[in-house]
Design a protein around this ligand. Structure first.
Ligand code: ZN
Ligand code: ZN
Ligand code: FE
Length: 764
């Protein structure tokens, strides 16, 4: 014995996203640094390794693997076993992968890492200003993936043969590009090109040409990671208006891509947490508060809201395009290039043909997009992501569940914001952003994405689950699949699924009190729900509270023509004639009133979403909704400046069904009086939302006396004023409140709840 401590040896298995993310080179570097010997190899389950050396060094090694893995890696489990030391090993080696190697997980697309950015700007580097450089820590992944295992031949990089320089890096364990499947350079990799509005290729540096076009106020199509965007200079109001007109997107907010954080901070206030999210390699669009709600830097033609969606460049191509020293704009509008209602375009030829007359130029490249993946959109809430849309940078990274009970469950989601969930062992794979399934092309996207998910991750469905609504396209898909595959199908009530989604998101299992507010969903009684208070768990639930139903003259027409809902609320509350001139002159007013009186073609909904529509129309006099979710978003914006607090009266009735309903009439009457007396819209808007928060508390007191954990879900809670208000009031009274942070609170996230309920239903 010549050494103070005898060598130890461990055998380790690591699972998670540990393949195709530079994990083995990372282990190699670490082993060399800690002077450990041994080996590592890929297995079907993840990475397996043995280490021998000083015990303290092994401990440091394991700690680093757990706390500071490569940026794309996710270490889920790390099992350690002591084994007998071999002695006599000389180094750390990478062994060939074990037979049948198939990574079960795939990484999302990530923004360029600092090392790649450095090369991008180094004139001496062979990848200087090369828009497709990447390494094992960054670059395209899911969007180029055709099949697993994640090898170049299974990606859309298969057609690009590596040059000798790239091949040398690829096989050198010390290189940052060791086994980087999309590795490429200007010699061997994809190329960008610029086409004019007629699709004719232009001579010259494609990025410079695109920058010139943007500077001239033109609208250009830009091929990104998971789809093609339309871009224009965000500070050129005429260009923005032209883009809106051409895209038939008059009111819906537009997101922007900013050159750097400094630019963002010029017109938005950015918290530390928001900054971290903006700069994270996932690069979602982050919803930020504008510094000035009015005035020159308010970007009011991008978003009439007090918030604006902002992202930083998420590929080297976007970094170069936004580079000011080469003439790029500091802020660009980035909106998906699509035909109205259709999914974002992927294909060069499709874009050139489909965007004729919309785009004045095209900045494209020859690396095909395999999987469509829109930009993610998130706000920061309680220090974490609060998703409006979970897609690029996140999909197809699965959620990990406490157990494998959801294995083989396939959930089909809702409709207007389609999305599915598939269980495989302890993982749940959620679809990227899909869109409204009522559109045929979007339904195709949904089907393709679903098949891709099943194939890539080897999900073998054993049971299916969908919404209760018989007319959802997702329900039809589920029924077709159930009969084709001879599998059992469970149909789950919409708001229970919302509640279960929030439970699964927070790993809750027992009984909870659910506050689920959204636009519409079919209730178990055949009525339209959307302002619900539920008691239950993953086995069963009961509707215990709701709101007084709102009559919707003409049904679906009232969802767009929100003046009708306003009229209905005012009629119901007995405050006609109401003071809003727009409602006095509402087209077909007399007919609508007759329909209400006689209860003809007036379906009823207990929906907070519809209540928002109506109150928004009363407050602003706007009688048409510009886009889905506009009313909650704009009332939030209206209420934001500090205004005198007021609470409108609340009242409740318990029906023969035992459901305690919030009576909207006293509130509507008081709010109408305020409006008639000239109380500012901001104060009324805030009063309305504060009253809803108060109502949530009063319902919780009455219906949740045991103080069960409260879960808050549904699309209405994309309104952060409401989310914050409800959370604060309930927490102040000692309730524990949970909201979403891994999936969206809107219908996009509902598949997770369906899956959680089905996992329980189909267990054993
Ligand atoms: Zn990199
Ligand atoms: Zn090369
Ligand atoms: Fe919903």
């Amino acid at each position: 014995m010549t050494r103070a401590s005898s060598p130890a040896r461990i055998h380790t298995e690591i699972t998670g996203i540990v393949q195709g993310v530079g994990f083995r080179p990372f282990l190699h570097r670490l082993a060399v640094r800690e002077q450990l010997t041994g080996w590592a190899r890929n297995t079907p389950a993840g990475v397996e390794l043995e280490l021998e050396g000083e015990e303290a060094a092994i401990r440091r090694f394991v700690q680093t693997v757990k706390t500071a893995p490569p940026p794309l890696a996710v270490v889920e489990e790390l099992h350690l076993h002591q084994v007998a030391p071999h002695g006599g090993e000389t180094g750390f080696v990478i062994l060939p992968s074990t037979a049948g190697t198939a990574a079960t997980l795939a990484a999302p697309d990530l923004a360029p890492c600092p090392a790649c950015l450095k090369e991008l700007y180094d004139p001496a580097d062979r990848r200087y200003r090369y828009p497709f450089l990447n390494c094992t820590d960054c670059g395209p992944r899911f969007s180029i993936l055709r099949a697993l295992p994640y090898d170049r031949a299974n990606t859309s990089m298969a057609d690009f043969a590596m040059c000798p320089d790239c091949a040398a890096e690829y096989s050198d364990i010390r290189s940052r590009r060791y086994h980087a499947q999309p590795d490429c350079c200007p010699v061997c990799g994809p190329k960008a090109f610029y086409l004019d509005g007629d699709g004719k290729q232009q001579e010259g540096d494609p990025i410079a040409l695109a920058q010139q076009a943007l500077a001239a106020g033109k609208i250009i199509a830009v091929k990104g990671t998971g789809g093609i965007h339309l871009a224009c200079d965000a500070r050129n109001e005429a260009a923005v208006r032209r883009l809106r007109r051409r895209k038939h997107r008059e009111e819906k907010p537009l997101a922007i891509l900013c050159r750097d954080l400094e630019t963002v901070e010029g017109f938005c206030s950015v918290t530390d947490e928001e900054q971290r999210l903006l700069q994270s390699p996932r690069r979602p669009i982050v919803l930020l508060e504008k510094r000035h709600f009015h005035g020159p830097e308010s970007f009011s033609c991008l978003s009439e809201n007090h918030r604006i969606g902002v992202m930083l460049p998420y590929t080297p191509l976007h970094v170069l395009l936004a580079d000011g020293s080469f003439g790029g704009p500091a802020a660009m509008v980035m909106t998906s290039a699509n035909l109205p209602g259709c999914p974002v375009m992927l294909d060069n030829a499709e874009a050139v043909a489909g965007l004729h007359g919309v785009a004045d130029g095209f900045l494209l490249h020859d690396r095909p997009i395999v999987n469509r993946c829109d930009d993610s959109l998130a706000a920061v809430w309680q220090g974490r992501e609060y998703f409006f849309r979970r897609s690029r940078g996140y999909a197809p990274q699965p959620l990990t569940m406490p157990d494998a009970s959801a294995d083989g469950i396939l959930a089909f989601g809702a409709e207007q914001k389609g999305g599915f969930a598939a269980g495989k062992a302890r993982h749940v794979f959620l679809s990227q952003h899909i869109g409204d399934l009522k559109n045929a092309e979007t339904l195709d996207h949904y089907r393709t994405a679903l098949q891709t998910c099943l194939r890539l991750f080897g999900v073998r469905p054993r049971a299916l689950v969908c919404d209760l609504h018989p007319e959802y396209f997702s329900t039809a898909e589920a029924k077709r699949a159930a009969s084709a595959m001879q599998l059992p199908l469970l149909q789950v009530q919409h708001h229970w699924a919302h509640m279960a989604a929030c439970m699964a998101d927070n790993r809750l299992d027992g009984r909870v009190f659910g506050i689920v507010w959204d636009g519409t969903g079919l209730g178990t009684d055949g009525n339209i729900w959307g302002g619900e208070f539920l008691l239950g768990d993953l086995h069963s639930f009961r509707q215990v509270g709701s709101i007084r139903t709102i009559a919707l003259p003409g049904g679906d027409a009232a969802v767009r023509q929100i003046g009708r809902t306003a009229l209905s609320l005012a009629w119901d509350a007995g405050v006609l004639p109401i003071p809003m001139p727009q409602l006095q002159t509402l087209p077909g007013r007399e007919t609508l009133l007759a329909m209400l009186e006689k209860d003809i073609r007036c379906p009823k909904a207990s929906s907070i979403g519809r209540l928002f529509d109506g109150v928004y129309a009363l407050i602003t006099g706007r009688t048409q909704a510009g886009y889905d979710g506009q009313a909650p978003a704009l009332l939030e914006a209206l209420a934001e400046p500090e205004t005198a607090g007021r609470i409108y009266p609340t009242a409740y009735q318990t029906g023969t069904d035992g459901v305690r309903r919030f009576d909207t009439r006293p509130m509507i009457a008081a709010l109408s009086t305020d409006l008639a007396e000239g109380v500012p819209a901001a104060a009324v808007a805030r009063g309305f939302m504060d009253t809803l928060c108060r109502m949530a508390l009063e319902q919780c007191r009455a219906l949740n006396p045991d103080k069960l954990p409260v879960v808050v879900a549904g699309g209405v809670f994309l309104n952060l004023y409401l989310l914050r208000g409800v959370t604060r009031l309930l927490e102040a009274e000692g309730y524990t409140v949970y909201s979403h942070h891994r999936v969206s609170t809107c219908d996009e996230g509902i598949a997770l709840g369906q899956l959680a309920i089905a996992a329980r239903h189909f267990h054993q």
